[in-house]
Design a protein around this ligand. Structure first.
Ligand code: MN
Length: 465
């Protein structure tokens, strides 16, 4: 059996199901995956409903129906929690897992579609969900933008600055059908919604000395180039709207600036995925900004609002998401300021801070990522926060930079190992990971993470602490 056979098998299983319960994750990838599969099932005439969970843990399993005769389809989760499905007494024939996380086999053999065993390491759950849906109903090619949003949201295009493998196939399929525009453009977040100088000042990959982190300097840098940055009414154009010649002049000046400071220019330009059917200046025009909208919905406990947007709602759901995004950004700014004001504690290979219960645990990871660009980027950052609903449990979020990942840092391994040894559980990616740990184990967890990182720097092999 190969990956295409797994995809085809899953589509057949879904077709044969009388009713489907989708259980998905609340992040951009999970929401996109859910919206793709839900719509495909609707088109195929298979009754379905969706449940979103923050993570698949024993408490969340209470929401998963038992013995109701429906096929339970786990999206963006499940592979690593098959023992929980077993404990929940789900039979192999009533479960289908579409995931991209590392598998933890249990006694029961659950059906899954997961690219990892086939070497497809950069295919997110929304990608898997799309491939299965496309098999179910070829008209689902219109859902290819959502698959791209999920993949980009899970940073599948981050390392290479482009989608690769089956995710690239999906991208090209959507492009041929006119649903996706692919451009090589500035590797910077916000090119569809932010004025050029703001966009550049917020970027940190690559970090451009004298521009990154400083909108005033970024603006004067651009003004010195003599490029027109405002439209006829005097309003700032967003990066996307600046004519090609202006962009070209800016990019070559940015490259010079990097060279002048002895920096690498290879990450200045990357692939950008745009959705031409969306309105100008809408965040939904751009895969990475669309993913932010969905993440904001999930983090503020409104994944269904995100799902409605994925299903085409540009009215009520979209307005609600816009409010959430504004609120989301405001809280993140506060968190960032709090971190910078209080300062972090530096250990040999790690810097950390405890933010208490001041901020929701769902956003501290984002704050960590943003703070890192203003702190020592050579040391991963760890933020601890208290869970509002359970004061005995703490959330730990870790972030590092692409450069440190290239040097052997693997935060996924750090949190999995350090949390297991301290009575918690964690997961994530090499560049970003998180864990839930007992409050009383916080200090031991931090020092254990520091020791594992020290070994990763020295020798990226197995560790013991
Ligand atoms: Mn995912």
């Amino acid at each position: 059996m190969g990956f295409p056979e797994d995809v085809a098998g899953a589509a057949e299983t879904l077709c044969a199901a009388g009713e489907v319960t989708i259980v998905s994750h609340i992040d951009a990838d999970g929401i996109a995956a859910e919206a793709i599969l839900g719509q495909a099932l609707d088109r195929a005439g298979v009754r379905n409903r969706s449940i979103f969970v923050r993570q698949l843990e024993p408490l969340a399993m209470r929401h998963v129906p038992k013995g109701d005769g429906s096929l339970k389809v786990f999206l963006d989760l499940g592979s690593g929690q098959q023992n929980l499905l077993e404990e929940h007494d789900l039979a192999p024939e009533e479960v289908l897992i579409l995931d991209h996380h590392v598998s933890q086999p249990a006694g029961r053999n659950y059906r899954q579609v997961n690219g990892l065993p086939y070497g497809h390491t950069r295919l997110s759950a929304a990608g898997v969900s799309y491939l299965v849906s496309r098999h179910l109903d070829p008209s689902c090619v219109d859902l290819s933008p959502l698959a791209v949003v999920g993949n980009v949201g899970d940073m599948m295009a981050r390392t290479d600055l482009q989608l690769v493998g089956p995710a690239r196939g999906i991208l090209e399929e959507g492009q041929r059908a006119g649903y996706i525009d692919l451009a090589r453009d500035l590797n910077c977040y916000g090119i569809s919604t932010r004025p050029a100088h703001v966009c550049l000042a917020f970027g940190d990959d690559p970090f451009i000395p004298g521009i990154s982190g400083n909108p005033t300097l970024a603006l004067s840098f651009l003004q010195h180039l003599g490029v027109t940055l405002q439209d006829r009414s005097g309003a700032w154009m967003v990066w996307e709207e600046i004519p090609f010649d202006g962009k070209r002049r800016i990019v070559s000046a940015l490259a010079q600036q990097l060279v002048l400071h002895g920096k690498d220019t290879s990450r200045l330009i990357g692939e950008v995925y745009l959705f031409p059917h969306e309105a100008a200046r809408s965040p939904l025009r751009n895969a990475s900004e669309f993913a932010t909208v969905l993440n904001a919905c999930g983090r503020w406990a409104k994944p269904l609002v995100g799902s409605r947007i994925c299903r085409g709602d540009r009215g009520g759901a979209y307005r609600e998401a816009e409010h959430m995004l504004t609120h989301h950004r405001g809280i993140i700014r506060e968190l960032l300021q709090f971190i910078l004001d209080r300062g972090v504690t530096e250990l040999s290979h790690l810097q950390y801070i405890h933010v208490g219960d001041r901020f929701p645990d769902t956003i501290i990871g984002i704050g960590a990522g943003m703070a890192l660009s203003k702190l020592n980027p050579k040391k991963p950052i760890l933020i601890l926060g208290q869970m509002a609903e359970d004061p005995l449990v703490s959330k730990a979020s870790l972030r590092t930079t692409d450069e440190m990942v290239r040097r052997g840092v693997d935060l996924q391994q750090v949190v999995v190992t350090a949390s297991e040894r301290n009575g918690g559980s964690g997961g994530g990616h090499r560049i970003a990971a998180g864990a839930f740990i007992p409050k009383e184990a916080e200090e031991r967890f931090v020092h254990c993470a520091n020791r594992i990182l020290a070994r990763q720097y020295a020798d990226p092999g197995p560790d013991h602490c």
